[in-house]
Design a protein around this ligand. Structure first.
Ligand code: PLP
Length: 395
């Protein structure tokens, strides 16, 4: 039995939606994008949602909007997909890395205050693998220091957090801006794509300007105009557009999200039930104020169980896995940069690829593996994963 680590859930409705856009001849920055934005904002409970080409470009614009400039520092985690840290560098700013909590794989809020300097301009937190990070504590700290908070919600569509006694969707946003990804590894895919949510109308206006080359007149306005309009380019912008073809897929995918999240929660619970008696295996923790969408189910291997060997044995049995989330500070692209592990740029004496202050991040990368989880996964496939993991760990 071959079991992939993930597989997007796409059906006839998505295909029909694409065909309809092609028939309409309006294939980018048109009515589908506008409708997708409205529906997405409604779903997460946000005032504004702006569609862009990826979560990476979303993060770049979000950081720019909250005022991150060259020479600034932005506090974030190394333990994330590299795009999180890269987006800070696109602004000419320096990522300052703090460690994670070992049980949730999320930013440890207790490590934030010690790295705040006069150059700190923002906090970029991550809802890693779909698990909400400790936003309440992070926001308390941020407000005390007048710092904006950008949420990397790439994996977190459908995830929820207990807020004022009510369950609210990640993306409201609870911080200042939240950024989503529609890459196929996430629960909602448009091939590639992203969304930026905020309550700030001025920032939303900025996002729309920047995503379209800084052009003053959006296509939707020019298209229906009865008078000739000349556009202008008041600011340096980018091509960070989402197409109508992608948006049409996204609208169908969004309608599926409640069902997809419900199923993943069942599947995650089933993994828990099947694996609970496995000695030494660490199961992911879900704080009582958080409800993950289980974008990934990441387990910590028992002591003495070699990660690469386990993954290879499972692959030999037809089961694809991935190692724990990467750490940006261990990659060559970060070896020569003034990234910091919590002492301010330049003050870190750790050799490239290791950091005394990011021990939990490094351990999570080295000791955890991501098990297959996707909408159409059968119980038999899940049983096969569990059997392969048990066997590989026993060997
Ligand atoms: C996937 C992911 C990204 C990047 O998203 P893209 O849409 O591929 O640019 C950023 N951050 C995290 C945490 C991710 O998982």
């Amino acid at each position: 039995m071959g079991v992939p680590v993930a597989r997007p859930f796409l059906g006839d409705e998505e295909m029909a939606a694409v065909a309809e856009v092609l028939r309409s001849r309006w294939v980018t920055q048109g009515p589908q994008v506008a409708a997708f934005e409205r529906e997405f904002a409604d779903y997460v409970g946000a005032k504004h949602a702006c569609a862009v080409s990826s979560c990476t470009t979303a993060l770049h614009l979000a950081l720019r909007a909250v005022g991150v400039q060259p020479g600034d520092e932005v506090i974030t985690v190394s333990h994330s997909f590299i795009a999180t840290a890269n987006s800070i560098r696109y602004c000419g700013a320096t990522p300052v890395f703090v460690d994670i909590q070992p049980d949730t794989f999320n930013m440890d809020p207790a490590r934030i205050e010690e790295v705040i300097t006069e150059r700190t301009r923002a906090i970029l937190c991550v809802h890693q693998l779909g698990m909400p990070c400790d936003l309440k504590v992070i926001l308390d700290i941020a407000r005390r220091h007048s710092l904006p908070v950008v949420e990397d919600a790439a994996c977190a569509i459908g995830s929820e957090i207990l807020w004022g006694g009510r369950w609210e969707k990640i993306g409201k946003p609870h911080g200042d801006v939240a950024c989503f990804s529609f890459h196929p590894r996430k629960l909602l895919t448009t091939g590639d794509g992203g969304m930026i949510t905020t309550s700030n109308a001025e920032w939303d206006r900025q996002f729309r300007l920047w995503r379209q080359h800084g052009m003053s007149v959006p296509d939707t306005v020019r298209h229906g105009a009865r008078e000739v309009i000349f556009e202008s380019y008041p600011q340096l912008g980018y091509n960070y557009r989402l197409t109508d073809i992608q948006a049409a897929i996204g609208r169908v995918q969004l309608r599926r999200i409640p069902e997809v999240v419900a199923r993943r929660r069942q599947q995650a619970q089933r993994y828990r039930d099947l694996l609970s008696d496995m000695p030494g295996l660490g199961l992911p923790a879900e704080p009582e104020w958080a409800r993950s969408n289980w974008q990934s189910f990441c387990v910590r291997l028992p002591e003495g169980c070699d990660q690469r060997r386990v993954m290879q044995a499972m692959l030999d049995a037809g089961i694809s896995t991935r190692r724990g989330v990467m750490c940006a500070h261990r990659e060559p692209a970060y070896a020569q940069e003034p990234w910091s592990c919590g002492t301010g740029p330049g003050d870190c004496d750790c050799p490239p690829g290791t950091c005394a202050r990011l021990r939990e991040s490094e351990r999570a990368q080295d000791r955890a593996i991501i098990l297959p989880l996707f909408h159409e996964m059968t119980e038999a496939e899940q049983d096969a994963v569990v059997a392969a993991l048990r066997e590989a760990c026993a060997a």
